[in-house]
Structures are given as C-alpha cells and as structure tokens.
Design a protein around this ligand. Structure first.
Ligand SMILES: *Cc1c(COP(=O)(O)O)cnc(C)c1O
Ligand SMILES: [Zn+2]
Length: 422
C-alpha cells in the first residue's frame, strides 16, 4: 500500500484512500493528486526484481493506486513494443526515432491503461455502475473492463464518434448514448456529471478531475519506455493531446522513476493538438497560468476526434509538465495528420487513427522548425488504432479498383490506380 494521501490540486485539501475520494467536495474542480510513499516503494521493489514479472503494465503495480492484486481487472494491457523506426527516421533525418505502439492494447488504444486502473478501483470501492463522457476510445475501453468486472457501463459520446469505437461499445454491452452538441459546454461531460452527482454512479472518464485513479495508468508508458531504453530517458516525447491527461500521466511516470532513483532527468515533453481545437497549446503559447486555461470557444473541428476536448481538464498539470521539462506545444492541420497516418502505415506498418498519428504530425513540424537534432532519442506515442475510425479511411484513401479476373484488366487498373506498368 503505497498511497500516502490524495491532495486537491486547487485547494490543497487532503484525503485518505479509505475515504474513497473521487472529486473535491468543495466543488472547485481540482484533481485529487495521488501522493506516493517513495521510500516504501523503494523498499518493496527494485529495477532488477522487475525482470521476473510479465511484461504488461501491472509489473509496475507498486506505482499504481490499486491496494492489492486481488482487485486488478486486466486484459493484459501495456507491455507494448517500442519500435525503432528506421525508414521513417531516414525520411525525417533522425537516427534514433522510436514509436511506442499503443495501438496494441486490448481495445486498440492507450486508454486501456487508464481504464484498467479505474475499473480495478471501482471494484475495490464496491461500485456496480460506472459512467463516462468520452469521444469514444475511453468509453470503449471502460466498457471492455466493465464487462470483465461485471460493472454496468453508461457511455455518453458525441455524435461524431468514430464507428469502430461505437461498434466496440455496442458489443462490450455498454448503454451508449450519442449526445448532440447544442451549447458551448461539452454535452457528454454534462450528462456524465448528472449521473455521478445525482445518481451516485462511479465517474470514470479519462480525465483526472473526475477520477484521480485512472490518470495513473498511462504513466506506465513512461516506465516501459525507460525500461525499453535500458533505464535511460529519451530526449523528447511527442504526445497527442486532448484533455492533457495522457501528458500528465507521461510526466508522472518520469517523475516517479526519478523519485525512486531509477532514472535521472526528464525528456522534453511535446504536446500536439489539431488546429481546429488547441486550447492547451494556445495556453502554452501565451505562457498561461496553469490554473487559468481558457476553453476553446467554438465546437471543435478536426478529424482527430480523440483530441476534441474543448477544455483540457488536466491542462494545469500538463502545462506545469511542459514548463518543468522545457517542453513545448505544436499545432498541426488535418492534412498533416493524414500525411502522418500514411507515413506510419506505409513506412513502418503501424496503422493509427488520426488522433493516434497526431504525435508524428507534431514531430514532422518540430523537425521543420529546427527543434530536433538528428542524433536525439525521440519517442512518438502512437495512441490509437486505425480501424477505430473506418470513415476517415474512406474519406482520405481511394477505393481499390474492382476488376474481372483478367490479366489485361489487371494491367490497366494497376496503371490507372497505382501508376505502375507491368
Ligand atoms: C484520448 C486520446 C488521446 C489524448 O489523450 P488526453 O488525455 O485526452 O490528452 C490521444 N490519442 C488517442 C487515440 C486518444 O484516444
Ligand atoms: Zn479542492
């Protein structure tokens, strides 16, 4: 048991885990940041002792808030490969480029790390019903872990959620509701808060303000990356950013490793957001006070539907992470994102949805801007699978030619569709 206490990020009020805290009762929308006992962690686990454990995220159990393995609800999340990207690296002029392939998680996105922790805590706390607001991936993930734990899941998603995610939700047995965007406040968050505040459902979105436990899951990405690089830290890590919970988790992972002395120092963290919704990167550009980030004024407009949070709920911690690591923000267009999807799939065999490829789009921009040297160790997080959003593929790639089984027809089609003459 390595959690010392939880402390509200806005008013500083403190809680013990036994109180089952979820949100700050003062209503200040602070996040209950988990404070660990690093001495206790150091006494119970060492770097060397890890090697006998399976390579999934629970090998770092001591750094997670779940009090005992009895409560763990797992589908084998984490333990994803860190792929050395040789061809892509050559294209960009980088010698040490790596892809952390989070598309390999059980439901196809890194959100599984978060929801595995969240549902484990729901089991520990004894909840039977959970609710989520999500653009799709976190909901699909919660639904899968909820199914495994026998917890009923209510999911509110925007009407533009990718069909792959909806398909998952339907089969994992969640009660799914598409909510129309009629006012400026995110309508899915509004519905989630009603079920949590008025009906006592377990709130399990992927932002820490409403559930402080799940944000701990993604920090295992940093732990794995460090371990996969022989317990060193990379020079830069590119993070697609919506609510900035992933960014916060990635920072917390490196923080924890520094606290127990397993690594020394931090990578520069780079937050990537789409042009059509970048409240977090805008706040970074304005050197904003982390507690005063302004929400995006308009409905979000981007194909990266996983990055459509108009208010970065964990932006305070995310912004501090950028300031602390000498990190920076990058804005990318939808065209940059589609180009990054093509490069990831076509040069490295990694098929990502738009949000999943946004990190690479950000790296391309950063290279153009002279932010990256050719020998730096660069890690790009590829966060979600390409099959999540089949409509985007249909909109951005041509239909394959339909031919009769005839060699002349084949040659003609090969020329017309692919420009090859055989
Ligand atoms: C949720 C999500 C993100 C962004 O994570 P945040 O914590 O909202 O910043 C990035 N990529 C994919 C595929 C996602 O589903
Ligand atoms: Zn508070």
């Amino acid at each position: 048991m390595h959690v010392k206490e939880l402390r509200c990020s806005r008013c500083g009020r403190r809680f013990l885990l036994d109180e089952k805290p979820l949100t700050c009762p003062s209503g200040d929308l602070g996040r209950l940041d988990i404070v660990y006992d690093y001495d206790a962690i150091s006494r119970s686990i060492s770097r060397d002792a890890l090697s006998s454990r399976p390579f999934n995220m629970w090998r770092y159990m001591e750094f997670l808030p779940v009090p005992s393995s009895d409560y763990v609800v797992s589908l084998g999340e984490g333990g994803t490969p860190l792929l050395k990207a040789k061809r892509l690296g050559e294209r960009l002029g980088l010698r040490n480029l790596y892809l952390k392939d989070e598309t390999r998680n059980p439901t196809g996105s890194f959100k599984d790390r978060a929801m595995s922790v969240s549902v484990s805590m729901a089991v520990y706390f004894g909840f039977k019903r959970a609710v989520i607001a999500s653009s799709g991936n976190a909901a699909a993930s919660l639904a899968a872990y909820g199914a495994r734990a026998g917890i009923e899941v209510y999911a509110f998603v925007p009407d533009f959620a990718g069909y792959g995610k909806i398909a998952q939700l339907l089969y994992y047995g969640a009660k799914v509701f598409k909510v129309r965007w009629v006012e400026s406040e995110d309508p899915t968050v509004k519905m989630m808060r009603i079920l949590y505040e008025k009906h006592g459902f377990y709130p399990s979105p992927s932002f820490g303000v409403f559930n402080p436990y799940q944000v701990e899951g993604p920090k295992t990405i940093s732990m794995e990356v460090s371990e996969q690089l022989g317990w060193t830290v990379p020079s830069q890590v590119f993070v697609p950013t919506g609510a900035a919970s992933l960014l916060t988790g990635v920072f917390n992972g490196f923080r924890d490793l520094n606290m127990v002395g397993w690594v020394d120092g931090y990578p520069r963290l780079v937050a990537v957001q789409p042009e059509g919704n970048h409240p977090f990167v805008r706040a970074w550009m304005e050197r904003a006070d982390p507690l005063r980030i302004k929400p995006w004024e308009k409905p979000p407009e981007t194909i990266a539907t996983g990055l459509e949070d108009t208010y970065p709920w964990d932006g305070d911690a995310g912004l501090r992470a950028l300031y602390k690591t000498d990190g920076y923000g990058v804005v990318v267009s939808d065209r940059d994102i589609v180009e990054a999807m093509r490069m990831l799939a076509g040069l490295e065999g990694v098929f990502a949805e738009p949000s999943g490829a946004a990190g690479l789009a950000g790296l391309v921009k950063a290279v153009e801007n002279g932010e990256v040297d050719r020998d730096e160790v660069v890690v790009v997080l590829v966060t979600g699978h390409g099959l999540k959003d089949p409509d985007i593929v249909r909109k951005t790639a041509p239909e394959p030619p339909l031919i009769n089984p005839d060699v002349e027809e084949f040659k003609k089609a090969a020329r017309e569709a692919y420009g090859v003459s055989l």
